[in-house]
Design a protein. Structure first.
Length: 199
């Protein structure tokens, strides 16, 4: 899919370049296309391309379900928007995850990776995942680190939403929970674990 898009834009550029360079210079055009595709392949790691072309767990849950937490975050600088939802079972384990992301390939790959990573984890374990782990796993370039930060923010927002629903309903889960908050002034994220009560 990505390669098709690149090929289309390369053929358009080749067509435009053909107007400037005589048609007998097709070897120059072929070199341009091959070089463009090679540059693209070097720009993103295979894991990013795999998650982008074959995203895992795309979709959504009804956000009104009591066992669903929804995190909606965005990056104003680049326009990426990420919605990540978790479904939590009676033991406090994330049993299912869905996402929808409007953004670049790195944002989609970060979302897809996060959904695979947190499935089967407790809320505390999922809340402890840092963007550096995502960036390292996907080999994101420095200019795309904000995409991994979005994924971290999205899971924390989903956990926070779930815990808010849980506290409003008065229900208690056996697995305990983690309280996640963010300072408005510094942007620092603080996570506090609340283990399950023992009898």
């Amino acid at each position: 899919m990505v390669y098709q898009l690149l090929s289309r834009s390369s053929s358009l550029l080749t067509h435009q370049a053909g107007r400037l360079v005589s048609p007998s210079k097709t070897s120059i055009n072929s070199a341009f296309i091959n070089n463009s595709q090679s540059i693209f392949r070097r720009s993103y790691h295979e894991k990013v391309i795999d998650h982008y072309e074959n995203p895992r767990n795309v979709g959504s849950f009804p956000k009104t379900d009591q066992d669903v937490g929804t995190g909606l975050v965005g990056a104003p600088a680049c326009g990426d928007v990420m919605k990540l939802q978790i479904r939590v079972d009676d033991k406090g384990i994330i049993s299912d995850v869905k996402f929808k992301t409007f953004g670049c390939g790195s944002a989609i790959a970060s979302s897809s990776y996060m959904t695979e990573r947190v499935k089967g984890m407790t809320l505390q374990e999922a809340g402890a995942i840092r963007n550096t782990e995502i960036a390292k796993e996907l080999s994101l370039p420095p200019v795309k680190l904000h995409c991994s930060m979005l994924a971290e923010d999205a899971i924390k927002a989903a956990i926070r939403d779930y815990q808010t629903k849980l506290s409003k309903s008065g229900a208690k889960k056996a697995g305990g929970f983690i309280d996640v908050s963010q300072s408005v002034t510094t942007g620092e994220t603080i996570a506090t674990a609340h283990p399950a009560a023992t009898k």
